[in-house]
Write a protein that binds this ligand. Structure first.
Ligand code: MN
Length: 727
C-alpha cells in the first residue's frame, strides 16, 4: 500500500507535469488538512475516508485542472462531513477556495432533495445554476465518478440503485453538456452496470465470447485502416475498441435488435494532423469500403452544442465487419474528452508562462466570446440559468422562475387559483412576507384562504408575466364590478329623486344608443364617470328634462362655507372599498369616517371623496355635474389615516411629547414630517391612523391640552377650528 507521503507526491507530480509553476506548498498543506479533518472516518470498503478526496483530486489532475480545483477536491467533503467550517477554510486557503468548497457543499446538500424532482430537466438546470463557477461542477462530477467507481462496496442494493439512477439522470447529462466525454462514458457504464446488472453482464459475456472467436480482430482492422491511409500519404493514428456496454444496450433498445443480430460493436478513431486531413481520410475510407447509408455525420462543420467536433461514418470494413469510424484532429479529440478543461489548455498553448491558473475561467470566457453563435458551449447557457431561480414545491417538484421572483410568482406559476387565493408563504419552513425574493433551492409552501383575493400592491413586486397578468386582470375585474356597483347606486338614487324606479330591464333599450354591450357595462360607465346619471335619465324619460344633478343644490352652501350639509337619503353610501378603485380618498384633506364629505366624479377614475371643508373644492365650483352627495355607511369598521398640521415650541423633548400624547389618545402615527423649522417653532405634518373623525378630535384635543403645542388643525381644511360632524 502506498504511503501517505507517496500519495501526496504522486498528486503533486501529476499537477506539476502540466503546470510547472504550481504552488506545491499550498497543495500539500491542503492534503494534510483534509487528512487531519477526516481523521479516522472510513469509507464503505473500510479504507480511510481520506483516500476518497485524494482520488477525486487525481481525477481532476487527469483533466489538467487548475490547482484551486485540485485543492477544492481535497477539501470537498470537509465542511459537510467533519467539524471544519467554511470560515476555517477561508482562513487557511483564502476566499477563492472557500467559495468553491461552499459551492460543492451546496450541491451535495441538494442531493438530499426528493427523488421525484431529480429526474427532471429542471433539476439539472438547478445544479447548473448553483454551480456559479464551472469548477464547482467539475469537482462534483469527479466526486460522483469516484463514488460510482466504488459503488459496489455499498451493501444495500436499494441504495446502490438510487445512486446509480441519480447518476444516470443528473450527472451523465451534465457531463455531456460541458463536453467531458471521458467522464460521461465512464459514469454511464458504471450506472448501467448497477441499474441493469443482468443485461450488463450478458453484454460483457457476449463481447468476451466474440473476442475469443477472433482475438486479433480489432488490431487487424486497425492495421488495415492504417495501411490504406498511409498508401495515400496520410499519417494517421488509429485506435480501435469495442463499444461500451451501455452504448450497445442503447442500440439494442433503439434498433429493436437482439445482441446476436447486432453486428457493429467496434468503433475506430482516426486521429489526423489537421482539419484538411479529416476530410481526406474520410474520402479515402469511403472509396475503399462500402458505406452504411444514413450513418455519416459532419460535426466539424456543425459542432454539437458542447463543442464536440468530429466526422462520423459507418462502413462495411475489412473482413466484412460493420464498423463505426470517428475522424478528428488531436485538438478536437482533447476537447471531446476533456470538454471545457481542454479549451483552457489549448488557449494557453501548453506554455504556463505566468503560472496563474485562476485565469482559467476568464480565459474560458474569452474563448466563448470569441467563438461562434448561441449554441457554442453550454457555458453560455449556464449563465442563462443563472438568470433563473429554481424552487421546490413541498412535494419536491421544481418550479423555474426568473431571478427576483417572489412567493406570489411561485403561487401563480403553480396555478392561477393558488395565486389568487394566496395569503402567505413559508420558505424553508419559515413564514415570510409575500414580497420576499426567492433563492435557488428554496422550498416554498403557499398558504391560501378561500376568501382571500389578490392585492393591487402585488403588481409592484411580482416579476413573472403570468403573475403580473393575473393580478392586473383581477384588478380590472374588481374595478369594473366596483364601478358597476357605484354606477347602479348613483342611478338608483337619481331615479328615486325623480320619482322613477330603476330596473335593469328598463335600461336595456338604451344599450345600443350608449354603445354598451350589457346593463352592467352601462352601470360601470356611469360609476367610472364616463357618462352621467342625467344622460341616462333623460334618455329614458325625455319629458323630465332634468338639467342638473340632484346633489347640486348642496353646492352653494358648501362653497360659501355657510353651513356643512348633512347627507340626505339620496346620498351614495361609502363603504370600505379597495382604495385606488372606484372610490378614492382625497390626498388633500384625508377624510375620516364621521367627517361630512362630498364626492367629485373624475372621468375614468370613479369618485374622489373630499371633506366638505376641503380647500380644493373651490376648483370644482363651476362643474356642478361632477358633484355627488355621499355619506359614510354605518358598518364601516376599518380605521383610516388622517393628517394633522401641528405647530410646537422648539424645546427639548417637544417632539417626544407630541408622540406620547397621540399614543395616549389611541392614535397610531403612520408618518411624521417636519415641514418647517425656525428658532422658536417646529411645524409638523403627522399622519395618524384613527377609527373616525370623532377619534381624531380626541387626538387633537389631547394635543391641545399640552403646553408645548401651539396649534393643531386638520390638514387641507379651510375651517378653523375643526368641527365634528354628527350623523
Ligand atoms: Mn465526496
Amino acid at each position: 500500500m502506498l504511503q501517505e507521503k507517496d500519495l501526496a507526491e504522486e498528486l503533486i507530480a501529476r499537477v506539476r507535469a502540466y503546470d510547472p509553476l504550481v504552488e506545491e506548498g499550498v497543495l500539500s498543506r491542503a492534503f494534510v488538512y483534509a487528512k487531519t479533518a477526516h481523521a479516522t472516518q472510513q469509507r464503505a470498503n473500510g479504507e480511510p475516508y481520506f483516500l476518497h478526496p485524494v482520488a477525486v483530486a487525481n481525477i481532476l489532475a487527469g483533466l489538467r485542472l487548475d490547482s484551486a480545483s485540485i485543492i477544492t477536491a481535497l477539501l470537498h467533503d470537509t465542511v459537510e462531513d467533519t467539524a471544519v467550517t467554511l470560515e476555517d477554510i477561508e482562513k487557511q486557503f483564502g476566499k477563492e477556495i472557500s467559495k468553491l468548497v461552499d459551492g460543492v457543499t451546496k450541491l451535495t446538500r441538494l442531493e438530499l432533495q426528493s427523488e421525484r424532482s431529480k429526474q427532471s430537466e429542471n433539476f439539472r438546470k438547478l445544479v447548473l445554476a448553483m454551480s456559479e463557477d464551472i469548477r464547482v461542477l467539475l469537482v462534483k462530477l469527479a466526486d460522483r465518478l469516484h463514488n460510482m467507481r466504488t459503488l459496489h462496496y455499498i451493501e444495500d442494493p436499494a441504495k446502490r440503485r438510487r445512486i446509480a439512477r441519480e447518476t444516470m439522470d443528473i450527472y451523465v447529462p451534465l457531463a455531456e453538456r460541458i463536453g467531458i466525454q471521458s467522464v460521461k462514458d465512464e459514469l454511464q457504464d458504471l450506472a448501467f452496470a448497477a441499474l441493469y446488472p443482468d443485461a450488463y453482464q450478458s453484454i460483457v459475456n457476449r463481447l468476451q465470447y466474440l473476442k475469443a472467436q477472433n482475438p486479433n480482430l480489432v488490431s487487424d482492422i486497425v492495421g488495415e485502416l492504417t495501411n490504406i491511409l498511409a498508401k495515400q500519404g496520410l499519417d494517421a493514428v488509429i485506435t480501435g475498441r469495442e463499444k461500451s456496454p451501455y452504448s450497445i444496450w442503447r442500440k439494442m433498445q433503439r434498433a429493436n435488435v437482439t445482441f446476436e443480430q447486432l453486428s457493429d460493436i467496434m468503433a475506430f478513431r482516426v486521429l489526423v494532423p489537421d482539419l484538411a486531413g479529416c476530410y481526406q481520410a474520410l474520402g479515402i475510407l469511403h472509396n475503399a469500403y462500402s458505406l452504411i447509408p444514413g450513418r455519416f455525420k459532419d460535426y466539424i462543420s456543425t459542432p454539437k452544442s458542447n463543442d464536440y467536433r468530429s466526422l462520423h461514418t459507418g462502413l462495411i470494413g475489412p473482413f466484412q465487419q460493420r464498423i463505426e469510424v470517428q475522424i478528428r484532429t488531436q485538438e478536437m479529440h482533447e476537447i471531446a474528452e476533456k470538454g471545457v478543461a481542454a479549451h483552457w489548455h489549448y488557449k494557453q498553448g501548453g506554455a504556463q508562462t505566468d503560472g496563474r491558473q485562476y485565469r482559467w475561467l476568464r480565459e474560458l470566457l474569452e474563448i466563448l466570446e470569441a467563438s461562434t453563435p448561441e449554441e457554442f458551449l453550454e457555458h453560455t447557457r449556464l449563465e442563462m440559468f443563472q438568470e433563473q431561480v429554481f424552487c421546490f414545491t413541498p412535494k419536491g417538484d421544481i418550479i423555474p422562475m426568473p431571478k427576483g421572483s417572489t412567493p406570489v410568482d411561485f403561487a401563480y406559476n403553480i396555478h392561477s387559483d393558488i395565486g389568487d387565493r394566496c395569503t402567505g408563504a413559508r420558505v424553508n419552513g419559515r413564514l415570510v412576507q409575500l414580497r420576499t425574493v426567492l433563492n435557488n433551492g428554496d422550498q416554498v409552501e403557499i398558504i391560501t384562504s378561500r376568501s382571500s383575493t389578490p392585492s393591487p400592491s402585488w403588481e409592484e413586486f411580482v416579476v413573472t408575466g403570468r403573475a403580473k397578468a393575473c393580478v392586473r386582470r383581477f384588478i380590472r375585474m374588481q374595478q369594473r364590478s366596483q364601478y358597476a356597483e357605484l354606477g347602479k347606486t348613483m342611478l338608483t338614487k337619481m331615479f328615486r329623486a325623480h320619482s322613477q324606479t330603476l330596473t335593469d330591464k328598463a335600461l336595456e333599450p338604451l344599450l345600443p344608443k350608449f354603445k354598451r354591450p350589457t346593463v352592467e357595462d352601462l352601470y360601470a360607465a356611469v360609476g367610472e364617470g364616463l357618462m352621467t346619471t342625467r344622460e341616462v335619465l333623460n334618455a329614458l324619460y325625455p319629458d323630465l328634462a332634468v338639467e342638473k344633478q340632484q346633489a347640486v343644490d348642496a353646492i352653494p352652501e358648501i362653497k360659501t362655507r355657510a353651513k356643512l350639509r348633512k347627507p340626505s337619503r339620496y346620498a351614495i353610501p361609502i363603504r370600505g372599498l379597495i382604495p385606488g378603485m372606484a372610490i378614492n380618498f382625497a390626498k388633500c384633506c384625508h377624510p375620516l369616517k364621521g367627517d361630512l364629505i362630498v364626492g367629485i366624479i373624475t372621468t375614468g377614475k370613479g369618485v374622489t371623496i373630499h371633506t366638505q371643508e376641503c380647500e380644493n373644492l373651490i376648483n370644482f365650483q363651476n362643474q356642478p355635474e361632477r358633484w355627488l352627495e355621499v355619506a359614510w355607511e354605518d358598518e364601516t369598521t376599518e380605521s383610516n389615516v388622517g393628517r394633522l398640521s401641528v405647530m410646537i415650541n422648539n424645546v427639548m423633548g417637544g417632539m417626544g411629547h407630541v408622540c406620547t400624547m397621540i399614543a395616549k389618545a389611541g392614535g397610531n402615527i403612520a408618518n411624521l414630517k417636519i415641514t418647517n423649522r425656525t428658532q422658536d417653532f417646529f411645524e409638523l405634518m403627522v399622519d395618524i391612523e384613527v377609527r373616525d373623525a370623532q377619534h381624531m378630535l380626541d387626538v387633537i384635543a389631547a394635543l391641545r391640552s399640552h403646553p408645548v403645542v401651539v396649534s393643531v388643525e386638520r390638514y387641507g381644511s379651510l375651517n378653523e377650528p375643526v368641527r365634528a360632524a354628527v350623523h
